[in-house]
Design a protein around this ligand. Structure first.
Ligand SMILES: [Zn+2]
Length: 103
């Protein structure tokens, strides 16, 4: 089972947490296009590798926090408060095109 280090309680089993999805998403302004709102509401990246996510320690202290996690190995490389920027070195690099693409 994956261990997630809560910023208050330390490492705990994944079953004590709920994932809130991608971190640091920019909400469109009210006047922005339907396409921008549709993209914000319905589409998410599904990266292979480093991903910044929001997690809540729902069966513990209840705190929301950010996690930098590798989606392949489940290695957590950083944990930080919701109001903080991602630590240096934990920001995902540009997505790599799938192998076999012809461009
Ligand atoms: Zn906690």
């Amino acid at each position: 089972m994956m261990q997630i280090p809560c910023i208050c309680c330390g490492p705990r089993d994944e079953s004590e947490f709920v994932c809130g999805g991608t971190s640091h998403m920019r909400r469109p302004e009210l006047g922005e296009s339907d396409a921008a709102w549709g993209d914000y509401l319905f589409f998410r990246d599904n990266p292979k590798g480093l991903h910044l996510e929001r997690w809540r320690h729902v069966n513990g202290c209840g705190v929301w926090f950010n996690v930098a996690r590798n989606t392949v190995s489940h290695e957590v490389t950083a944990v930080y408060a919701m109001t903080d920027a991602p630590p240096t070195g934990s920001v995902p690099t540009a997505s790599v095109p799938p192998t076999g693409s012809s461009s």
